[in-house]
Design a protein around this ligand. Sequence first.
Ligand SMILES: [Zn+2]
Length: 144
Amino acid sequence: MKKIISYCIHCGVEYYYQASGWHPPKNNDPKYCPDCKDSIMDTLSKIPVKFDRRLVETDDLTKEQALEILKKYDEELKGKREDGIIVGTRVLASLVNQKTGEQSIDRIFNYNGNEYYIHYWESEPDNYEIKKKVRWDILNNKEV
Ligand SMILES: [Zn+2]
């Protein structure tokens, strides 16, 4: 656990901010003291959230196209690129079939400016799921 002494950017009070570890205190925030953060959260709770980003089913890509994109992406990860930048990937927890020990394939990748998610089992190659992250209008329950 890492605790940092911070100074509230609103009221100037000195307080501890828990930067890592389990069970952070209520209203843990690197910029605002617990009292100011409480006021902020109370005010924000009165304003409904109108938009968010969520995964929706898409037919933008076939499974073969998605796997080809991931193959190229993984090849880039095998070493440094010409510009010297090391690229990384996001790791997702996979599901495990308790009877066979098989792990599902779950990956997130970016393509043409969109974020996609693919899920499938190697033992069921025709049964797969591809989703795209979109901006969602919560009040009207639709993609925007
Ligand atoms: Zn404060």
